[in-house]
Design a protein around this ligand. Sequence first.
Ligand SMILES: C[S@@+](CC[C@H](N)C(=O)[O-])C[C@H]1O[C@@H](n2cnc3c(N)ncnc32)[C@H](O)[C@@H]1O
Length: 138
Amino acid sequence: MAARWPPRAAWPAASCRADLTAAVPDDVAGAFDFAYDWEVLHHVFPDARALYAANVHRLLRPGGRYLSVCFSEADAPAFGGEGKWCRTPLGTLLYLSSEQEIADLFEPLFGIDELRTVEIAGRHGTHLAIKALMTRRA
Ligand SMILES: C[S@@+](CC[C@H](N)C(=O)[O-])C[C@H]1O[C@@H](n2cnc3c(N)ncnc32)[C@H](O)[C@@H]1O
């Protein structure tokens, strides 16, 4: 995924597509009050997660908030498997998280406001997901 960050002057109307496991340009640091991922983080594998978390932190202003909803490791049976890794019917490989992993990953950079496992509706049934709401530390 190529990073295509529009100049900050073009925001907030601009949209862009960028890899959150690659470097974020200085121009967009602190540009956002709020960020969320809906079913994104389970596509980011463990070796890339520290950079992902640092990038989310960098994109938000101090005090900005981040909401993450990603599949839980307790959801593996919904994909017909068990454990941390699972393959979807589309062939995509996912890494399923525990609440502790999410806390360990983000706590150095964010105050965790809410962290719990929730049920979310999917196309072929419900899934167990980890919902994490947090606030960027300065
Ligand atoms: C299951 S889709 C969810 C998309 C959308 N949130 C939704 O609910 O329809 C996963 C999304 O994660 C994005 N994604 C995966 N890895 C990414 C990365 N390293 N940086 C940015 N986005 C990523 C993909 O481009 C894809 O749009």
